[in-house]
Ligand binder design. Structure first.
Ligand SMILES: Cc1cc2nc3c(=O)[nH]c(=O)nc-3n(C[C@H](O)[C@H](O)[C@H](O)COP(=O)(O)OP(=O)(O)OC[C@H]3O[C@@H](n4cnc5c(N)ncnc54)[C@H](O)[C@@H]3O)c2cc1C
Length: 383
């Protein structure tokens, strides 16, 4: 077993680190957070130019020669050093919705979406959660009724749909039959925020303000027959594939963001002198940081194991859920303890810790809450 990164993955890490240092300094990211605005599209286009959008996109559409979840984790760890919210924006296109279209979409849908994903040009959103269907996602009630001409009419409501308004494409989950699992169909909507009878209402949230989230209503939205992704009734199966990838991916985001906090705190406690010595010489501080780094390493190892499992098997619910569970809880704890170790400075917005503190909580809820990850792991244990 070799834990070292391959030369190709080392190159990805170094390229990503240089990009983050140059293009995403903390002041720039905090300006977006302060103004609650999405990052400019040019940031993502530059990532596309560097070939950093293609880890899960097939080569014929501009992606890599083969799926590379390990490379993706290496890259995202660096991106999330700047902002975990920014990494979630990237992930909706490059990790969840793009690969879902690549795996199950029609030829026309792939031609329309995938080259633009690979170039980092487009924002994609996933519309699954509803006011009465969160953790129990298979209970969605938004209906897509088939019309005599084969088209569909959609009625219902979604909630917490990230970037629903600005997205270029939306993957929408709707019910086409009563059957709990086999009645769910996925649709591809172009420019959903501009479609008649689609209304988006921004929801104010604790963190993730640069990746705004919306309540969305669909009051009689006409969708052409060819907007169905893959086959009608197969949507739940397709979603499971995407959610596995999202969970592993959350492991990578939370590992990278947690490492950024630890690095920041280590630098700080080496130079901050109180009671005649640097804080980093106090045993209580040293032990706290040792625990923080150990948790981050554990999250990283679980994330890389999930990446390997996904590469080999395509599906890895147990490994992906463990990576997300440990990663998200580590991020929350490290943000809490890191803020404490920076004292008053940690409480100031400019330290970046309040942003992490607020963003970290999302990863214990979104993409399947911690309790749901534990349920998945327990099920895989035969319980
Ligand atoms: C900022 C943000 C962005 C989001 N973006 C998107 C998006 O882009 N697209 C999208 O579709 N969704 C999105 N979501 C929704 C997110 O995936 C859900 O919030 C999440 O799945 C939890 O669902 P819920 O909020 O309805 O909580 P609930 O399901 O109501 O759960 C509430 C609490 O009960 C616990 N619980 C529920 N069931 C069980 C159980 N069986 N055993 C033990 N405990 C349980 C949960 O773990 C949780 O702690 C987003 C959410 C947020 C906050």
């Amino acid at each position: 077993m070799d834990f070292r990164l391959s030369p190709a993955h080392q190159m990805i890490r170094d390229t990503a680190r240089r990009f983050v240092d140059k293009e995403l300094p903390r002041e720039r990211v905090l300006e977006w957070v302060r103004n609650r605005v999405e990052p400019p599209r040019e940031v993502f286009r530059k990532l596309g130019e560097l070939g950093l959008y293609g880890f899960l996109i097939p080569a014929e559409y501009g992606g890599g020669d083969e799926a590379d979840p390990v490379g993706l984790a290496v890259f995202v760890e660096q991106l999330a050093r700047a902002s975990s919210a920014l990494a979630t924006i990237y992930g909706r296109a490059a990790v969840i919705c793009g690969p879902l279209v690549a795996a199950f979409g029609t030829a026309a849908q792939k031609d329309l979406v995938l080259p633009r994903v690979a170039r980092g040009e487009v924002v994609l959103s996933l519309a699954l959660t509803e006011p009465d269907a969160g953790s129990d996602a298979a209970s969605i009630q938004t209906r897509a009724e088939r019309q005599v001409d084969g088209s569909y009419l959609v009625r219902g409501a979604k909630t917490f749909i990230t970037q629903a308004e600005s997205a270029d494409f939306q993957v929408l989950a709707a019910r086409t039959e009563a059957d709990r699992y086999r009645g769910i169909t996925l649709f591809l909507l172009e420019r959903p925020g501009a479609i008649p009878n689609v209304e988006c209402r921004r929801i104010d949230t604790l963190g993730l303000s640069i990746a705004p989230t919306y309540g969305v209503s669909y009051s009689g939205v006409a969708l052409a027959a060819d907007s169905v992704i893959g086959s009608a009734g197969e949507g739940w199966k397709y979603l499971l594939h995407g959610l596995d990838m999202e969970r592993f991916y959350h492991g990578a985001i939370t590992t990278g963001a947690s490492q950024a906090i630890v690095d920041e705190v280590v630098t700080y406690v080496k130079q901050r002198v109180q009671f005649g010595q640097p804080l980093g010489k106090l045993q209580a501080v040293r032990h706290k940081l040792a625990d923080m780094q150990t948790s981050v390493d554990a999250a990283r190892l679980l994330t890389y194991r999930a990446a390997h499992a996904l590469q080999l098997q395509g599906s890895a619910p147990r490994e992906a859920s463990m990576a997300k569970l440990v990663g998200a809880e580590t991020y929350m704890r490290v943000a809490h303890d890191g803020l404490q170790l920076l004292g008053g400075y940690g409480y100031s917005v400019e330290s970046g810790l309040p942003m992490h503190f607020a963003d970290a909580k999302l990863f214990e809820i979104g993409g399947g809450a911690m309790e749901i990850q534990r349920n998945i792991i327990a099920k895989a244990m035969g319980l």
